[in-house]
Design a protein around this ligand. Structure first.
Ligand SMILES: [Zn+2]
Length: 457
């Protein structure tokens, strides 16, 4: 009886969410605060930790950028599904490309490259080209959680500023190996939009399938569901003054994406130490990163593994059926012995992830927080929610509790969407901006909690 009740409860709470993530969901995982933290650390605006030591990356001038290279190596090394390597240019120490490779599970020989140079000519150089570098780290952070059809190479070049040497070395090696590179998307300076007109450039030439790459990018840009408000300038023949040109030299398909030199709206602080974090246009930068993510995830191809988790009170259930499961304590990064079923009920409060192995794919979920163990639940009359289903404002009516109640709204994947502390007996949550679907509202004080299912329509 107890088991039947549990299954009934689960089927009430779990909606049909049988496929993997959609492209829209992946695009929307690009986080501005994550981009900004990387930018500040990588341009020396704030210290960071490299190999266990707190350090400041004071500059990335080609003769002095070992620390920057170590930072990038460490970033890739922490991600799942990516193998990182140092590629020494001409085999020489101190001149190195940092290459992260995520092998495709369906067509490993089909290679798409996303790349940017990380060296600079002066201190800071936030736009040129910490902006492109940080965008690639953010895209890698998100795509590395996914099982992909095709291989993605995340390449960060050294010595662009002294003749595109890092990219030249890679492109020559690739051509010699007959690497099947289907497209190279180079990013060089993508954070400046002084007049807020949202213009950006795609530099292209009629080499290989480069023009098709440009068309595919524009098709992502114009997909209404993604909601982009950027304006494109196609520059053909495009500049040869950045790394993609070395791939054109080897007849590979390539484009450059970045801020708009074409409309005269490039950074006025070019190649100077005034090119700093504070001069960037963050809404523009965020959106352009999302556009590039849209292109890369489309080319990569998502193998449909669902790595989302549904939380039902204190039980976590992986939404992917028919896989092998291993639950982890995310805080200690340790696997939990015996926790290999589709569902897991933690016995201590903390953050949890599940690793899902399906076919040749291995994906991990985002961490889910369990913080209500050992607590009583509120009764239905203590926390009243209406209307439900809701279109705009959800009223949280707490008639009889004097303590402040923390209200947290989660989406179906367990991601926290908003948090608010109750004030007085009625608290209004404005849900008008949310897309339609199922959400969970967690209400808690220090000793009581309740999770309620909310339908937005
Ligand atoms: Zn540059």
């Amino acid at each position: 009886m107890k088991k039947l009740y549990f299954i009934l409860l689960c089927s009430l709470l779990i909606t049909s969410f049988v496929n993997g993530q959609t492209i829209t969901e992946i695009i929307n995982q690009v986080q501005l605060d994550s981009l900004q933290l990387t930018l500040r650390e990588f341009t020396g605006e704030q210290p960071t930790t490299i190999n266990g030591n707190e350090v400041t990356i004071t500059n990335r001038i080609h003769s002095n950028n070992e620390l920057a290279a170590d930072y990038l190596y460490q970033k890739f090394d922490r991600l799942d599904n990516i193998t990182v390597s140092n590629q020494l240019i001409d085999g020489e120490a101190g001149r190195r490309n940092i290459i992260g490779t995520q092998l495709g599970k369906t067509n490993p020989d089909n290679i798409y490259i996303i790349c940017a140079h990380y060296d600079s000519v002066a201190d800071y150089c936030a736009d040129d080209n910490a902006s492109g570098t940080a965008a690639i780290l953010e895209i890698a952070r998100i795509l590395s959680t996914q099982c992909l059809d095709n291989t993605i190479v995340y390449a960060l070049w050294d010595e662009e500023e002294i003749g595109l040497q890092g990219a030249a070395y890679y492109a020559n090696q690739a051509a010699a190996n007959n690497d099947n590179i289907l497209g190279v998307l180079n990013i060089d300076m993508m954070g400046y939009d002084g007049d807020n007109d949202n213009n950006f450039d795609i530099d292209v030439r009629d080499v290989g399938n480069s023009l098709t790459m440009k068309d595919d990018l524009i098709s992502i840009l114009n997909t209404p569901e993604y909601g982009f408000t950027l304006e494109v300038n196609v520059v053909n023949p495009g500049t040869t003054a950045s790394d993609h040109a070395r791939f054109w030299n080897r007849d590979y398909s390539a484009v450059l994406v970045g801020e708009s030199w074409e409309s005269g709206d490039e950074t006025p602080f070019y190649h100077s130490s005034n090119d700093r974090y504070s001069t960037l246009n963050f809404p523009y930068y965020h959106q352009l990163t999302k556009l590039i993510m849209g292109y890369m995830v489309t080319k990569a191809g998502l193998v449909a593994v669902d790595n989302t988790v549904t939380q039902n009170i204190n039980t976590l259930t992986a939404n992917q059926n028919g896989a092998a499961y291993q639950w982890f304590n995310y805080d200690t990064n340790t696997s939990i012995v015996g926790a290999t079923n589709q569902s897991y009920t933690p016995i201590i409060n903390g953050n949890y992830v599940v690793e899902i192995s399906s076919g040749s794919c291995v994906e991990k979920s985002m961490p889910i927080t369990i913080n209500s163990l050992g607590m009583e639940t509120f009764s239905d009359s203590e926390i009243v929610l209406y209307p439900n289903p809701v279109k705009t404002n959800l009223v949280v009516d707490i008639p009889s509790i004097s303590d402040a109640v923390v209200l947290e709204l989660y989406d179906i994947s367990g991601k926290k969407i908003l948090a608010k502390t109750s004030s007085g007996s009625k608290t209004i949550l404005d849900l008008s901006a949310l897309s339609n679907g199922v959400y969970f509202l967690k209400a808690r004080t220090n000793n009581k909690f309740k999770i309620s299912k909310i339908i937005k329509d």
